[in-house]
Design a protein around this ligand. Structure first.
Ligand SMILES: Nc1nc(=O)c2c([nH]1)NC[C@@H]1CN(c3ccc(C(=O)N[C@@H](CCC(=O)O)C(=O)O)cc3)C=[N+]21
Ligand SMILES: [Mg+2]
Length: 301
């Protein structure tokens, strides 16, 4: 069989960001509104600083206002909650992203619950998670699962009815909302996790396989159903033979998957760039709702 198609998430994300930028422009022209995204970073984690910088850059490139808020690692939960309250009340801010993970002395659930659900562009607030699970329109969809669904549809078309989908991982950020989206798309959905008895056997039934567990190259070629579409959410930094040098690998053994699947996302260049592009889309959508403007259809899959 021919090698699988490499799903170019980076390219798709560039296109999506360009579509968002166009709509930002028309929102400004027709409603006099410039969408704004506030990113809150607590502490100095170097990886988080890199992500936060690339989010700020993408926000500005889309023609939106970017507000950067840094708190020291020792900041109290109360200080963070006060900042969130100020951002909730600020009409220039349509989206609030509190970068995770937070320092251990801060209760993550409490911080996320403090964000106005209408400004929760991550889609992590229980109101948005609940709307997604209950099928109530107007939910903000978490960026990574939304991006994954876009890539699946790009390959398989919009009609996913009856497809067997397996999601590996049950986090609130990726696994659970991913499963909800696939269910809403009429897939037959299974969620596998660390206590699943035979993950390989579950994988072999899946037409759509989404791996989001954070275990480098867990999914082997012989776990994959021939012709399946494989979406690799994993971003694991592993050491190489060269001392001090690391490289990024996914949750899927990429070269093996390429021999069996019909399409596979690479790491990097697959899901990661889609997460950022969908964050831009969700921020635009929040601004549209606030202004009474039509919400882009892509934000409500
Ligand atoms: N409240 C919150 N929301 C988030 O969405 C969130 C978060 N906290 N905390 C951290 C994670 C991580 N994350 C990434 C997004 C894009 C790439 C990305 O674009 N990666 C590129 C490059 C990776 C590289 O080379 O290091 C790629 O996969 O091609 C990576 C990581 C968002 N996160
Ligand atoms: Mg698990």
């Amino acid at each position: 069989m021919a090698e699988a198609r490499i799903i170019d998430g980076k390219q798709f994300a560039l296109g999506l960001r360009a579509r968002v930028a166009k709509k930002v422009w028309s929102l400004k022209r027709d409603f006099g509104v410039t969408p704004g995204l506030a990113v809150v970073l607590v502490g100095e984690d170097p990886a988080s600083q890199v992500y936060v910088r690339s989010k700020g850059k993408a926000t500005q490139e889309a023609g939106m206002a970017s507000f950067d808020h840094r708190l020291p690692a020792e900041a109290t939960e109360q200080q963070l909650l006060e900042l969130i309250e100020r951002l909730n009340a600020d009409p220039a801010v349509n989206g609030i992203l509190v970068q995770l993970p937070l320092p251990k002395h801060i209760d993550t659930a409490r911080a996320l619950a403090a964000i106005d659900p209408a400004k929760d562009v991550d889609g992590f607030h229980v109101v948005n998670a609940g709307k997604l699970a209950a099928g109530i329109p107007g939910a903000t969809i978490p960026c990574t699962p939304l991006g994954c669904l876009m890539l699946v549809r790009d390959v398989m078309g919009r009609n996913l009815r009856g497809r067997r989908a397996l999601v590996i991982g049950r986090s609130n950020i990726v696994g659970k909302p991913m499963a909800q989206l696939l269910l809403q798309a009429d897939c037959t959905v299974t969620i596998a996790h660390s206590r699943t008895v035979d993950i390989a056997e579950e994988c072999r039934r899946a037409d759509i396989l989404v791996a989001a567990v954070g275990r480098p190259e867990l999914v082997r070629g012989d776990w994959i159903k021939p012709g399946a579409v494989v979406i690799d959410v994993g971003m694991n930094r592993v050491s190489t033979a060269e001392p001090g040098k690391t490289r990024l690998v996914g949750d899927v053994a990429f070269e093996e998957a390429m021999q069996v699947a019909s399409a596979v996302t690479p790491v990097p260049g697959g899901v990661g760039p889609m997460t950022i592009a969908c964050l831009m889309l969700n921020t635009l959508a929040s601004a549209c709702r606030a202004a009474g403007a039509p919400v882009p259809a892509e934000a409500a899959p």
